[in-house]
Structure formats: structure tokens, C-alpha cells
Design a protein around this ligand. Structure first.
Ligand code: GLV
Length: 388
């Protein structure tokens, strides 16, 4: 058993064990992948301010996100096709999150359905909603999430049309994979994945198949998106969805202070500063660079979270010290899942918690509420001077 000390260690194992089509799906950004890369590399520009002779005893990483106790300010992000990275992937990730004490967010585009995840877990999880043209379907989906006792609705705002990810088009991404000759050759080397999949509860989109009518090919994310996602989503529709849900709402995909102010107006309980992991508008700013202006605009009125680019507990610390109340990991838990199933997700969470804890201590903090911008050395031009 290799010694795993970083998220990258998990990624190396994940890469070996997972079919190329699904590895590429996770490991892609749109267009030139500039934003995908900068989401992580911009974290590296921020340095930490080391402090000494500060009492480090009695530390804790526990905190709260939307009023919910969390073992650390990290939630599992909604990731489409998680159940193709590993058999029953959503169930395994949700179980790992529940045991660890962090929120799990189920994607609309998951493989395991809302009901399957609810049945396999004991605590409420969060549900991420994509809005579709078919209003009845959306209403039924929201009702299903309510029936499953989901404790927050995460509405994604930045994917009404799909950003182009070249690799997915070239690989002919689908769930389940279509058995073309290159795919079969690749699958032949992924026996562990294949055996798992033979026993999987499900190999198609569990929230969609059997719940929608008139869709020509539900196996193809691109085709489904083009046909069904609602390109006319606007703030008035978001307000209606919020009312329909009636519980906590988190708005995901905000990168601009003006949009953050709109989210505040519709009464979001939290917003997620996110560029969808660099998968939508390649060329947009990294999330961590976009964070300060959004915090300045709305940070004292609504809980601000961040996703995109987090690969370590140090990244978590940087985002939280800057002012985010919570963060999300997507790829970082998928690497663990594809490498070792539920144990791999737990390992990813442990790696991140350990990095967060030790870094916090060496920066002079003992608990999450101690984290502040004072602990960071942020380059003067970090946000950049851009001509409007
Ligand atoms: C879906 O959320 C995707 O980014 O593919």
C-alpha cells in the first residue's frame, strides 16, 4: 500500500485505475484550460505568515456552513458522473462525507439517484439543481429532493449551456461508455473499475432516466444539456425556485460582485464564488482572485463560499483566511474515489484536514474563527488591474 500524503498521490493512483474517458472528464477545463490551471496556480501566489511562540494546544478545524456543524469548512462539491469514476461513486462519497462530518452535495447529473443516496445515508445531504426547460421535471426533482430530506438546494448559475471541453468531444464521453474500439482497448487495462461497475446499482443518470420524457439520448451529457437545460434562467426564475424549495438556498457560480449583489437580493443563504472548476468560461478569472471583491461587496451580508482550485488544506486556509466561510472540493475527492472508493474519499478528507490543521497552527491559529487576512501575504496586485 503506498504512503499517501497528498491529494496528488491519490490523483496518480486514480489516473492508473480509471478509464481515460472519465479521467479526462474530471481533469478538463474548457477551451485552453487557462482558468482551470490558474484556479490552482493563483493559490500558490499567496504566502503564509508564520508565527512563533503561540500556544498551539487544543486545536480544532470544526466550523459551520449555513448554520450546519462541519468537521472542517470543506464540503464535497456536486460533480456530474461521479458514479462513473467508481461504481456507486455518489453513495461511497456521501458515506465518506457523512462519517467525516462534512456536507455532501449530490449533482443533478449524478449516476446514483437522490433516492439511492438517501437510502444509503443517515444524515441529510445537499442537492444541486440544474434548471431545465421542462418545468414539471424541475418541480418533480425539487419534490424528490424534499422527500429525501435534503437540507440545502445548491442552484448552479453558470451552466445553462455547456462550456466546450475538447477532450470530452474527442473521447465521445457518455454514461455508460459506448464500446468503441479505443474505449474497449482502454477498458481492458482497467479491470478493477470494470469489476466494480458490473456490480454497480446503476450505470446511467439516476435523476434523469425514467423521470423525463422525449429525450433522444440520455447517455450523452452534451446532447442532454443542449436539449434540456434552460438557457433563459434569470434572477426572477431563481427567486421562484427559491420559493418552491422553501429551505436553505446556495447559489453557485458567482464570479462578479454585481452578480453577488443580485444573489443577495433574491435572498440566498450563501453564494459560492466559483467558475465551475474552469469548465465553463475558460479565460475567466480564478475563483481565489475573484473572492476579495465579492467579499467587499456582500461579505458582511451573506455567507460567501469558494470552490475551484482547492487541492490542499493550505488552499482551504487561504480561502477561509481571506474571508470565505466555507470551501468545496470536487476533483480532490474524485481522485480519492477513483483511487480507492470510499476509503479514498476519506483519505482525501484526512489529507486536507491535516494540512489545514498544521498550517493553521504554524500561522498562529487554534481554531477556524482565528483565521484572518493577517495570516496571509497577498501580492499587492493579486486581484489585478483590469481595464473594464
Ligand atoms: C457538469 O457539472 C460539468 O461540469 O460537466
Amino acid at each position: 500500500m503506498p504512503v499517501i500524503t497528498t491529494i496528488d498521490d491519490l490523483k496518480q493512483i486514480y489516473r492508473r485505475r480509471t478509464p481515460k474517458m472519465f479521467y479526462d472528464y474530471a481533469e478538463s477545463g474548457s477551451w485552453t484550460e487557462q482558468t482551470f490551471r490558474e484556479n490552482s496556480s493563483d493559490f500558490d501566489q499567496i504566502r503564509l505568515r508564520q508565527r512563533v511562540a503561540v500556544d498551539m494546544s487544543g486545536r480544532s478545524t470544526s466550523s459551520q456552513m449555513i448554520g450546519q456543524d462541519v468537521a472542517m469548512p470543506v464540503a464535497l462539491a456536486p460533480v456530474g458522473l461521479t458514479g462513473m469514476q467508481c461504481a456507486d461513486g455518489e453513495i461511497k462519497a456521501a458515506r465518506a462525507a457523512e462519517k467525516f462530518g462534512v456536507p455532501f452535495t449530490l449533482s443533478t447529473m449524478s449516476i446514483n439517484s437522490i433516492e439511492e443516496v438517501a437510502e444509503a445515508t443517515t444524515k441529510p445531504f445537499w442537492f444541486q439543481l440544474y434548471t431545465m426547460k421542462d418545468e414539471d421535471y424541475v418541480a418533480r426533482l425539487i419534490q424528490r429532493a424534499k422527500d429525501a430530506k435534503c437540507s440545502a438546494l445548491v442552484i448552479t448559475l453558470d451552466l445553462q449551456i455547456l462550456g466546450q471541453r475538447h477532450k470530452d468531444l474527442k473521447n465521445g464521453l457518455s454514461a455508460p461508455p459506448k464500446l468503441t474500439i479505443p474505449t474497449m482497448i482502454n477498458l481492458a487495462t482497467k479491470w478493477r473499475w470494470g469489476i466494480g461497475m458490473l456490480g454497480a446499482k446503476r450505470r446511467n443518470f439516476g435523476n434523469i432516466v425514467g423521470h423525463v420524457h422525449g429525450v433522444s439520448d440520455t447517455s450523452q451529457l452534451g446532447a442532454w444539456t443542449a436539449e434540456q437545460f434552460d438557457p433563459s434562467l434569470d434572477w426572477s426564475k431563481i427567486a421562484k425556485l427559491k420559493k418552491m424549495w422553501g429551505g436553505k438556498v446556495i447559489l453557485k457560480g458567482i464570479l462578479d460582485a454585481e452578480d453577488a449583489k443580485m444573489a443577495l437580493k433574491v435572498g440566498a443563504d450563501a453564494i459560492i464564488v466559483s467558475n465551475h472548476g474552469g469548465r465553463q468560461l475558460g479565460g475567466a478569472r480564478s475563483s481565489i482572485r475573484a473572492l476579495p471583491a465579492i467579499l467587499d461587496a456582500v461579505g458582511d451580508k451573506v455567507e460567501v463560499h469558494l470552490d475551484s482550485g482547492i487541492r490542499s488544506g493550505q488552499d482551504v486556509l487561504k480561502a477561509v483566511a481571506m474571508g470565505a466561510k466555507g470551501t468545496y472540493i470536487g476533483r480532490a475527492f474524485v481522485y480519492g474515489l477513483g483511487a480507492m472508493g470510499e476509503t479514498g474519499v476519506t483519505t482525501a478528507l484526512q489529507v486536507i484536514q491535516k494540512e489545514l490543521d498544521i498550517t493553521m497552527a504554524l500561522c498562529g491559529g487554534r481554531q477556524i474563527s482565528d483565521l484572518s487576512r493577517d495570516m496571509l501575504l497577498i501580492p499587492q496586485d493579486f486581484e489585478g488591474k483590469w481595464q473594464a
